[in-house]
Design a protein around this ligand. Sequence first.
Ligand code: OVM
Length: 398
Amino acid sequence: MDTTIDRPVSAIDPFSREFLRDPYPHHARLREAGPVVWLEQYGIWAMARHQEVRDALTDWQTYCSSAGVGLSDFRKEPPWRPPSIILEADPPLHTRTRAVLTRIMSPAAINILRATFEREAESLVTRLVDQREFDGIADLAEAYPLKVFPDAVGISEEGRENLLPYGSMVFNSFGPRNELFNAAMANAGPVRDWIMSRCSRAALAPNGLGIQIFEAVDSGELSEAEAGMLVRSFLSAGIDTTVYGLGNALYCFASYPEQWMLLRESPNLIRGAFEEVLRFEAPVQTFFRTTTRQVDVGGVRLGQGEKVLLFLAAANRDPRRWDKPDAFDVKRRATGHMTFGTGIHGCVGQALARLESEAILSAFAKRVASFELMGQPEPRLNNTLRGLDTLPLRIVPV
Ligand code: OVM
């Protein structure tokens, strides 16, 4: 028989600047507090251990997405934009939209982009290595995805400066309506209008990932409006995630030069090294689910219709799951990290994210002996994402 225990309670605010600047000590406290913890400031549950985060992500019937995957409960307050028909949806709607994106984003389909992505990476990296000094964020982590991703989707050159502001809106909106949220939403109207204007069939280049979504209208899988909403999902999820991921990768290798040396000696480590970056400095830190029924978690009773904050990044450093969790080690088996999620909502763009990182890290590995930090990197705080605003680097060439 299961016994019910008192719920662990915490006063931590996971969306405060103090928490976001250095979440790791707070993650440790949340993991130690119990398998599930009540965050009294928000009246929500939190899970920070690997096992519980994983179990919640793989039980979509109990932990649903259709009430939103941020703090806001779409059943109680209106969402800031029409809900995503893949991220913020449950089966059966999710099953239908996911099938289309799974096909368009499959490893084989994404591999067709490899030559182009590698050529762009070589050209950008060659230029930065010649330059010797550059900002790892603006000049690389932003510049590369902002070129290759919109090109791959088939988005016009004009207006691409709206993509990062829109991503900031999307990912800050999963948190509370705090200062970060309000700052991101300052210019929301024009940014949103531009994004929506890029989501129609007529706005998309032939042969891109975007128009492939509309081909699923022609085959009867989606409506025209749904296809536009899935292009919006590309533009919501496809940029900031990889910007923060590439920035965190450079930060890790500048901070741990001996790990960069290993990777240079054995380029076959590059693929696994990016997984370790994702585990160690997760660009996406959290997502929420909402309970559809009463459920027991390690002896604690959660009610129906309650928000649950899943700390992907805390699961990634749970000592119950990982040896030396706070060590950045490109040789470890880092798969099993929760940064791409898992289960039916597991990242559908992960092949593209891996392609971008492999193209960039391979290009650097041929040319760079080490990355030197030229000054203190500044964080770019976001309610969901973890990454940098500036990363001043100098390269020591091979
Ligand atoms: C979407 C969407 C937005 C943000 C993230 C995401 C990580 C998806 O609009 O579907 O997946």
